[in-house]
Design a binder for this molecule. Structure first.
Ligand code: NAD
Length: 381
């Protein structure tokens, strides 16, 4: 079978789902590999790089979608791509099945199989295919780099002949995958780093990375239940008040705030209010990784960088992985390659869409003309 990767059509998207290295691995599974011309350009890979790795290059997206049996891409298909879906073809990409009615309907009526990368179950066995985590890791790292780029001082403290420099103080709100990556980056740059999460079980991880966990004066059992299945639940009003009071105390102290707090299937909780922004020192920076879900900071503007009247920079970019397109493509292409390994147990270049397999079943959102989303809960933890 042929596995093909088109050039991403979403404006500004620089990632690519197949790299020359992943193509070599896919060929070891028995597949022929194909790309659309220029597909890797944004990530630093030329057509010649792919050809050297045994990949054939098609001149148009239409030709690629026609010839490939399996299409691997990054973003959910745009309308102009949905028309290429066909029975017997398998698409592997992010797909947003819960809110992508046009995509789900097209895939069902055309009888195409769709594997949605965000639906890979978050169980140990599937970590190697967990593209949400690989992309969140990049976003967390890049958020700190972006903050540093907009902050006029060093992260680390220094004593130099030209004067004494205090270390920057960084607060990371939300210590999931992106938050932990931000914490690791911040501490390694030498900033004094604080972190908060509604899930108290992450305190140990935060502290092991050299950051200080921010505890609230709050009886844990008064809370509505901070966590379900490793994810956050909505906080009780009392807990939220205690959290906001702690943040108000920290606002004049911290130089950089990275917010990553998300609750599955909901708008992001608003945690950094206007008065907190006003209380921050001029030159401070907020990077809001929840911008796409409405933002954790009241003043965040999605996809923009703004500077408030009191001189606080607020960054609401939603494309951090694409801003590190080579790294993101390498990791994403590896996630895809691992998915293909599980889909090709015989290494014979033939896809075996085993719906009895928890991971494949969980990620499959349409199969042979049926909608198979949402999936049943995984049997293995
Ligand atoms: P996420 O992106 O949904 O949320 C980010 C963080 O925001 C979470 O840590 C959450 O607790 C926190 N948050 C929510 N509301 C908050 C609030 N009001 N204040 C402060 N923080 C708040 O989460 P994620 O990064 O995708 O990870 C969530 C969980 O899934 C973690 O426990 C993680 O370890 C786990 N996980 C497991 C696997 C695996 O086993 N394969 C893979 C990835 C993640």
């Amino acid at each position: 079978m042929i596995i093909g990767t088109p050039k991403e059509v979403f404006a500004g998207e620089a990632r690519v789902a197949m790299t020359p290295a992943s193509a070599l691995d896919l060929q070891k599974l028995g597949y022929e590999c194909m790309i659309e011309t220029g597909a890797g350009a944004g990530a630093g890979y030329s057509d010649a790089d792919y050809k050297a790795a045994g990949v054939s290059v098609k001149k148009t997206a239409a030709a690629l979608w026609k010839d490939a049996d399996i299409i691997a891409k990054v973003r959910q298909p745009e309308a102009e791509e949905l028309k290429y879906l066909k029975a017997g073809k398998t698409l592997i990409s992010f797909f947003n099945p819960a809110v992508n009615d046009a995509g789900m309907t097209a895939a069902k009526t055309k009888g195409a199989n769709v594997i949605a990368m965000e639906m890979v179950p978050r169980i140990s066995r599937a970590q190697k295919m967990d593209a949400l985590s690989s992309m969140a890791n990049i976003a967390g790292y890049r958020a700190v780099i972006e903050a540093g780029n907009n902050f006029g001082r060093f992260f680390t403290g220094q004593i130099t002949a030209a004067g004494k420099v205090p270390p920057a103080k960084v607060l990371v709100v939300g210590a999931g995958v992106a938050g932990l990556a931000a914490i690791g980056t911040s501490t390694s740059l030498g900033a004094i780093t604080y972190a908060f999460d509604v899930r108290p079980e992450v305190a140990e991880q935060v502290e092991s990375m050299g950051a200080e966990f921010v505890y609230l004066d709050f009886e844990e059992d008064q809370q509505d239940g901070a966590a379900t299945g490793g994810y956050a639940a909505v906080s009780s009003p009392e807990f939220r008040e205690a959290q906001l009071a702690k943040f108000r105390e920290l606002a004049p102290e911290v130089d950089i705030v990275i917010t990553t707090a998300l609750i599955p299937n909901r708008e992001a909780p608003e945690l950094w209010t206007e008065d907190m922004v006003k209380a921050m020192k001029p030159g401070s920076v907020i990077v809001d990784l929840a911008a796409e879900k409405g933002g954790n900071c009241k003043l965040t503007v999605m996809d923009e960088k703004i500077v408030t009247e009191n001189g606080v920079t607020i960054i609401g970019y939603t494309d951090f992985p694409s801003r590190m397109a080579t790294q993101a493509s390498n990791l994403y292409a590896t996630n895809i390659r691992h998915m293909m390994t599980d889909l090709t147990p015989e290494k014979d270049g033939q896809i075996n869409h085993n719906m009895e397999d928890d991971v494949i079943r969980g990620a499959t959102v349409t199969h042979e003309g049926e909608i198979t989303f949402p999936p049943p809960p995984p049997k293995v933890a």
